[in-house]
Design a protein around this ligand. Sequence first.
Ligand code: ADP
Ligand code: MP5
Length: 510
Amino acid sequence: MLTPAPSTSDRAPQRVKHPRVLSIAGSDPSGGAGIQADIKSISAHGGYAMAVLTALTAQNTQGVQGVHIPPVAFLSSQLDAVAADISLDAVKIGMLADAQVMRAVGDWLAVTRPAVVVLDPVMVATSGDLLVAEGAHEALLELLKFTHLVTPNLPELAVLLNQAEAGSWAEALEQGQQLAAAHEVLVLVKGGHLPGEECPDALVWPDGTHQEFRAPRIATKNTHGTGCSLSSAVATLRAQTGDWVESVRLAKEWLSGALVTADDLGVGSGAGPINHLHALWANAPAAAGTFSDELWADCAPQRQAIFELDFIKELAAGTLESKHFAYYLAQDALYLGTYSRVLARASSLAPTEEEQKFWAQGAQNCIEVEMSLHRDWLSQFPLESPMGPVTKHYLDHLQAVACSGSYGEVVAAVLPCYWLYAEVGRVLHSDYLSYSGKHPYGAWLESYADEDFSRATERAVAIADTAARHGSAPERERMRAAFAHSAQYEVDFFAAPHRRVDADLGARRD
Ligand SMILES: Nc1ncnc2c1ncn2[C@@H]1O[C@H](COP(=O)(O)OP(=O)(O)O)[C@@H](O)[C@H]1O
Ligand SMILES: Cc1ncc(COP(=O)(O)O)c(N)n1
């Protein structure tokens, strides 16, 4: 059967947002090359990654210790299973260990004819170990008729042409033109193996035209899997953009970022892997600690300020005047009524039923606490007090975020009321336990030991972390700002009884 050569033009491209990309390649258990690299690279570009295994290698960053080739019939079963069920937007082919394996893949490609086929003619690992049976390159050339883009490094290009390895970029381009013309295939010539300050690559079309992509050479020994990762990235991007030039440009830009941050990973003592997920990790700094760790560190000055307030010191010592306590209770009751509504807003924005329920439960608890403040406490410490300025400002801030902020921002804004209150409660309660004699605020301080409240606080913190992980970098900044404002209002709230009551008594006006 005569199979038409796949088109290398960019006409009538099919564009897919999350392309289904199949890697047909060998396994590298150390995770830097082969299918492991392909899956990371495809995923990093927004593709849905699948993998059919052609071979298992025993390898690490120092070299390849062994290769096991499963029965070729089972390779065909894997390929058929995937193709029978899933539409493939792109296929990337990596290590094919011998001619039999190559023929099985060729038979499958002839029937399946995927829309995008990128062939990385893997022959030698970065460590110098051979990954393909000698002489199998003839069978590899047979696959070029099903291939849209082939991505050889310089030694591989030389083997495919049966020539000596190119010693300069000009020679490399010349060889790329020969391969492209001989097989009517688009060639990505890769200059990583040349010496020099730059790592040039070039797309070469069968008609001899070419497009160069230049990038500085990055000083790192961690280049294991660059070829695998680049070819997977290009396959994914081609299905997304419909354009080879744009795909290589974007993939190379991404690869530079993965090489620049490769040393951060600290994997192995030889040629280590590149950092496939550098862009994702830059936006979600989970590795450097959680978002809530950062919030907690950010509000250290507020935490310190709270414990230096007369209100807190006197409450702990039992010397707090009842007028100050009464003012605090009255403002707290006023605060909780509106705070409850803001929690209800968090509930209405929550992305999961569990979180929706959590905030709704929080809103209900606030109303119950507000009622108990009136019933159990304000009856003992009665005070007719209008809403004070701090209470009003704090609530205005919360309501503004509830009105126009995202879920993450609302969560961040309500968090200090849980977290700083729990912290104050923890410290005051432990002070209270070492207090000898009858404490005038004993019943109040005992209420700080509420297990349910500390569990709810932990949950609220975890929810904030999840929302931060899912949010964009600008949204995390807005969350940080919302949290910081609320944290400062917590300080002001505890400071207000002394400021307001004493000012009132002096001036007899609010
Ligand atoms: N140190 C480096 N700095 C920047 N880019 C590099 C570096 N090493 C390799 N590359 C790039 O990685 C890709 C793979 O290159 P190459 O090493 O030639 O192929 P292979 O990994 O298949 O041996 C190419 O885009 C190349 O330009
Ligand atoms: C299973 C497997 N496949 C491919 C490579 C080549 O890696 P590189 O991308 O560094 O050339 C490898 N070392 N192992």
